[in-house]
Ligand binder design. Structure first.
Ligand SMILES: Nc1ncnc2c1ncn2[C@@H]1O[C@H](COP(=O)(O)OP(=O)(O)OP(=O)(O)O)[C@@H](O)[C@H]1O
Ligand SMILES: [Mg+2]
Length: 257
């Protein structure tokens, strides 16, 4: 597959970020994120993966950032511009965190909550959304008979898929996943990975995997980050079998990180 055939959904251009305590977290990153693909970001701790992920839906606005430079183009429009409607951006670019936070309400309400906040009143629309999102997150079969019981009773893996389902309710275009399966057992992990394979047909996915193996299983494209720099960006297959840079090979073969 050549990059020519891939649609760029988000283009990160010469992007740098420095935190207020003087930590330079990202240096001059240029990186495309391809539409309807699983874009995996890999690298040792502190490399800047979460910082860049947060940038894509402007969550870094809430942290102590000193300087930011460069551009992040979503469908060609710079989301870093002061004119960006950040609420609308976050609806378009959803985020799932590594600790599943289910809200203290029913399974159904966990999904409709965001829609209600957005002013949705139609019962039919709500019901359709609950079913669609639970199917997409590969959770429907396990919870369809207990939609009105408390989400707290779900297992960790089910909660994580519920968070995924919730992020789909407001119909985002891009889903950001920061180590979404850390702390899950292997069976739940594979279920989440399976649902990502289905989701990429409709969404653009950026995944920071919780292990190198997960990266290898899921990546259509893979970027390797090391200490704030992008070392290389390759099709997933090539990245995990024949990386071009020594640092990447060392990391993938488990020599550091
Ligand atoms: N809110 C913050 N304030 C100050 N420095 C931060 C903040 N968040 C991250 N950093 C620093 O920025 C650098 C990159 O951190 P980041 O969390 O983006 O890395 P990461 O690749 O996601 O690491 P990990 O694999 O451990 O999650 C680190 O040096 C980190 O200490
Ligand atoms: Mg991180």
């Amino acid at each position: 597959m050549s990059e020519m055939q891939n649609n760029v959904k988000i283009q990160v251009e010469d992007f740098s970020l420095e935190y207020s305590d003087g930590v330079e977290s990202l240096r001059s990153i240029t990186l495309p994120i391809f539409e309807n693909q699983i874009n995996v970001w890999l690298g040792p701790s502190g490399g800047g993966k979460s910082s860049l992920l947060r940038t894509l839906n402007r969550l870094n606005d809430l942290t102590d950032v000193k300087t930011v430079s460069g551009r992040v183009l979503l469908d060609g429009v710079d989301i870093l511009s002061p004119e960006t409607d950040v609420i609308a951006l976050r609806r378009k670019v959803g985020m799932v965190f590594s600790r599943p936070v289910s809200l203290p309400m029913s399974i159904r309400e966990n999904i409709t909550y965001g829609l209600e906040l957005a002013g949705e009143r139609s019962k039919t629309k709500m019901e359709e959304t609950v079913e669609r999102c639970l199917h997409q997150a590969a959770l429907w079969d396990e919870v369809k008979d207990r939609l009105d019981s408390s989400a707290n009773a779900l297992s960790g893996g089910q909660k994580q898929r519920l968070c995924l389902a919730r992020s789909l309710a407001t119909e985002p275009e891009v889903i950001l996943l920061d180590e979404p399966t850390s702390g899950l057992d292997p069976v739940s992990t594979l279920k989440v990975e399976d649902s990502l394979q289905k989701l990429k047909e409709d969404y653009t996915i950026v995944l920071v995997p919780h292990s190198i193996q997960q990266g290898g299983r899921t990546a259509d494209y893979c970027a390797f980050f090391l200490q704030g720099e992008l070392v290389e960006h390759l099709p997933g297959k090539q990245m995990f079998t024949n990386p071009q840079k020594k640092e990447t090979a060392d990391y993938i073969e488990g020599r550091f990180g």
